[in-house]
Design a protein around this ligand. Sequence first.
Ligand SMILES: C[S@@+](CC[C@H](N)C(=O)[O-])C[C@H]1O[C@@H](n2cnc3c(N)ncnc32)[C@H](O)[C@@H]1O
Ligand code: SF4
Length: 432
Amino acid sequence: MSSGAFGVYVHVPFCSTRCDYCDFATWTDRAHLVDDYVDACVADAERRAGATPAATSVFFGGGTPSLLTAAQVTRVLRAVPRVPGAEVTVECNPDSVDPAKLAAYREAGVTRLSFGVQSMRTHVLAALGRTHDPANVGRAVRWARAAGFHTFNLDLIFGTPGETVDDWRATLDAVLELEPPHVSAYALTVEPSTPLGRRVATGSPGPDEDDQATKYEVADDRLTAAGLGWYEISNWARPGHECRHNLLYWSQGPYLGIGCAAHGHTPARGAERGTPGSRRWWNVRAPERYLARIRAGRSPEAGEEHLDGDAAADEALALALRTRTGAPIAPAWAPLAGDLAALGLLEAAAAARGRAVLTRRGRLLGGEVTARLLAARAARTGRPARWHSVHSSANGPTPTATGARVRPTGPSSSPPPVPIHLERTGPRSPSS
Ligand SMILES: C[S@@+](CC[C@H](N)C(=O)[O-])C[C@H]1O[C@@H](n2cnc3c(N)ncnc32)[C@H](O)[C@@H]1O
Ligand code: SF4
């Protein structure tokens, strides 16, 4: 997938209100910065344009990118060279769109929208600290279609305290009535620095892993029956509606990050042919610091890490395993893959063809499967596994530092079966 592909992620760190669960790099009191911030993104993108290939995908993530006017989106897009037919996604809050804005986005070259829906049950939205009315979702989808958007995503969250399995079914049913071409469903994660995190820390109930596993299965059943196939642990799409930008992340492709808290990734020359290594970097987190750096003609980068070949290979495996395509099985792993297939964690037919593809049970235990495969590789090479906590997300994988303790995509407890965290991530960069 990544061969010839190049992604540009543009971070928009503004929201009208802060949801109780969200620890993304976003601010609710910086509306006065938006114009200057757009100028800075344009300048940053123009400065980079000569040194990077034309983008095959651009993703405006947030925060709430739909707070930008179409003129602002247009300005940034003009500064990003793109190949003809490039995918351009804008994340939208259902409350911050209207027919004129969506039509103007389309006119500006936006090809895809991603709406933060989370739930169609009012009491669940209230528990999440969301402000939108579920009716606004149907309205936004109608406006999107009327504006000519043939492809769009609806983001859902499951496992909110107080959400019953019937609530979740009702959310899925209501969403499927809108016939979305793409759905992302993330298990609610409790981030310590959020209002939800503080409530849970002081004794309020948090998400329950078994409940989340059940809801994952319910979602997979309903979405599959509606014609949306899973193509990544947290993502389902009708054929042809997979998000190219996220596929690029999962295949360790090259991408540029524009804006505060954005990440970039540059595979070493030849990495896609198996020659290892890559550089990952991230921008300063706060919008003011980003503005100051750009105005001063300085790089906005706050830090970087270099992945050597082993670390990059481990991460490639962890990422690929999250996808429907799976990961190639090295001959040395064949017996282990056979064991994992016998346990119902890997698809036996794929394993016989030399690929590790998670079954649904395997998806629920993906962290465990990845850990076992990497441990086998480490035992062979005699070096410790150095893989990253990599989650799926609207905004791409977020790594931990190389060599740091690596959190599998699930609880560290063993033995299985323990459901993995079906997490989302975003451009959470180290505080800087
Ligand atoms: C950064 S938001 C951008 C979309 C837009 N701001 C909105 O919320 O409507 C991207 C998605 O991340 C997911 N998300 C954010 N925090 C999460 C958490 N703690 N647990 C699970 N999903 C989360 C939500 O599904 C959200 O739609
Ligand atoms: S979930 Fe979306 S709208 Fe809510 S605070 Fe996070 S980025 Fe903003």
